[in-house]
Design a protein around this ligand. Structure first.
Ligand SMILES: Cc1cc2nc3c(=O)[nH]c(=O)nc-3n(C[C@H](O)[C@H](O)[C@H](O)COP(=O)(O)OP(=O)(O)OC[C@H]3O[C@@H](n4cnc5c(N)ncnc54)[C@H](O)[C@@H]3O)c2cc1C
Length: 508
């Protein structure tokens, strides 16, 4: 199977690697002239780390971390409000964490595929024409390619998405900020740390670049949903916004050299209900950009690509593979995007009071003893651990579904409220409902809503699997039978696959 991948970033190269491993023929089309280096900092952890382990790139990454000892917030006089050491962050996400430059990750990914995968740099996709058996892709160099599938892994401003799914504005959710990033010689005696300084509506951060003697400046400011200025006007634009900023704020902007490349963009999520159309599928930022406010972009890009390739290998036909992939990744993406939207409200406070409140919060949370809270906040769980939760049973019509709550396998899940009325209306009958619940805390209101749920849907639900490790979960399944479904069973969370198997026609 020949698969054209538009975009050689995290998602594109991860997809290329795994498709090749599974015996398919990926071709990567990348807009840039060669593999990219440098860029901005990435907290590399969770799913991205796990996928990196499977690809054996961790030793290369671990040899090139950003040389920052801690994350700190400072006052205008440079005094620290709070500091969090990298060891604490690492502990918060279960030990697997690396602070890296974006380019370091891209290079390691490139090294893992360059021998086996065809790359066409300086090339983009111009047109995509689908027929029942193939896709005809016209490229910017004037050539055409006939392939079985196309993967759009070309980032937040994806061209494939635009060509096949429609304009960006249909899917863009602006988060209220613009950001910019650029390198500067470190003549300010800045520490080996990631430090941030806030004033109402604007934030400036610095951290050591991988290039010796350089620092990277990272700016985020509150803005309207307007396009970012062209490259030639960017320096003047940010000088205006950071005019008169305390600490080194305005100096770090005024000292910009005329020829310095400034990376600038809006902070915008991409939200889509479906990720494939015919033989074209999207992955990474192209379909689910969560923005840097989530810290989840690398995980969704690499995890999504890994799962997409896995499903293409497991399924006979691409449509099933796309359905499984979307089913496993979309709820994860939605959940992580929602967290980032919550955080966006307070990320750069817009008033003095807000800045003071943020300082109090930083003092509280940035302590060693709160690494658990920090881990929850960073969502340090790996999507790969939840395979069983999101993998559809063999038939994906006449489903469904799941209710997720509580704490299982050390992973926090938020309840995903399915619109059961709409689902029952659509499918008429729910063959299996999986309720993931340890029943660790029972609230009367939740019990009442469960009771009402059962009263309404009992007849439509054939089987209810209560999945949880506590004795209460077992009891709940026994008591539930008359109320919630025609048949109810309890499964330990490790036996989640058995819960899925219970759906099979010959299972009792
Ligand atoms: C400032 C910043 C900080 C971040 N911090 C973190 C973090 O700490 N942790 C984290 O997990 N994530 C972070 N992210 C998010 C993360 O970088 C992205 O989610 C991730 O890079 C997405 O990978 P991708 O492959 O989908 O897209 P990209 O990395 O954007 O790659 C897309 C690729 O497609 C190419 N391309 C674009 N258009 C075309 C075209 N028309 N034709 C061909 N090729 C094209 C591009 O050149 C690029 O190589 C951050 C993002 C930013 C901007």
């Amino acid at each position: 199977m020949k698969i054209l991948i538009s975009g050689g970033g995290f998602a594109g190269m991860t997809a290329a690697y795994w498709l090749k491993q599974y015996g398919m023929t990926p071709v990567v089309v990348e807009r840039a002239g060669s593999e990219r280096t440098g860029g901005y900092a990435i907290d590399y952890f969770a799913t991205a780390y796990d996928v990196g382990e499977h690809m054996r790139i961790i030793p290369e990454l671990a040899a090139q971390p950003i040389d920052a000892a801690f994350l700190g917030f400072i006052e205008s006089n440079g005094e620290y409000i709070a500091r969090l050491y990298m060891a604490s962050i690492r502990k918060a996400v279960g030990g697997k964490y690396l602070p890296l430059m974006h380019g370091t990750i891209e290079q390691a990914l490139y090294h893992s595929v360059r021998e086996d995968v065809e790359f066409r740099f300086n090339t983009t996709v111009r047109a995509v024409e689908q027929s029942p058996d193939s896709v005809l892709v016209t490229l910017s160099d004037g050539t055409t390619e006939t392939v079985d599938l196309v993967i759009g892994a070309d980032g937040v401003h994806s061209r494939v998405r635009e060509l096949v799914f429609g304009p960006e504005q249909n899917y863009a959710h602006f988060m209220g900020y613009h950001f910019a990033s650029y390198p500067l010689p470190n003549k300010y005696n800045l520490p080996r740390a990631w430090i941030n300084y806030n004033e109402p509506g604007r934030q400036i951060g610095t951290y050591p670049n991988r290039v010796p003697g350089e620092t990277v400046v990272f700016l985020t400011w509150r803005a309207e949903d307007t396009p970012v200025p062209p490259r030639s006007e960017r320096a003047a634009h940010i000088r205006k916004i950071y005019d008169g900023m305390g600490w080194l704020g305005s100096q770090l902007v005024n000292d910009l050299a005329p020829d310095t490349e400034i990376f600038m963009d809006t902070v915008t999520q991409i939200q889509m209900e479906h990720w494939s159309r015919g033989r074209v599928v999207l992955v990474g930022d192209a379909c689910g950009c969560p923005t840097f406010l989530s810290g989840q972009g690398a995980s969704l890009a690499m995890g999504g690509a890994y799962i997409l390739a896995q499903e293409l290998d497991r399924n006979q036909n691409y449509a099933d593979a796309f359905a499984y992939y979307e089913h496993r990744m979309l709820p994860q993406t939605t959940l992580r995007q929602a967290k980032a939207r919550d955080f966006a409200g307070t990320f750069v406070p817009d008033s003095k009071l807000g800045v003071t409140a943020a300082h109090i919060g930083e003092k509280i949370i940035m302590r060693d003893r709160f690494t658990g809270l920090l881990g929850d906040f960073m969502m340090g769980d790996s999507i790969l651990d939840t395979e069983g939760f999101y993998r559809l049973p063999e038939s994906h019509d006449n489903l469904l579904g799941y209710r997720i709550a509580g704490k299982l396998k050390k992973i926090n899940y938020e309840t995903i409220d399915l619109d059961m009325s709409a689902l029952v209306e659509k499918y008429k009958r729910v063959r299996l409902l999986i309720q993931l619940d340890d029943f660790r805390s029972i609230e009367p209101a939740a019990l009442w809503s469960d009771y009402e749920f059962g009263r309404e849907y009992r007849d439509a639900i054939a089987k209810l699997a209560v999945v949880g490790n506590t004795r209460l979960a077992d009891w709940a399944s026994r008591f539930a039978k008359p109320f919630y479904a025609q048949s109810v069973k309890h499964f330990d969370s490790d036996a989640l696959d058995d819960a899925w198997k219970w759906l099979e026609p010959d299972a009792a």
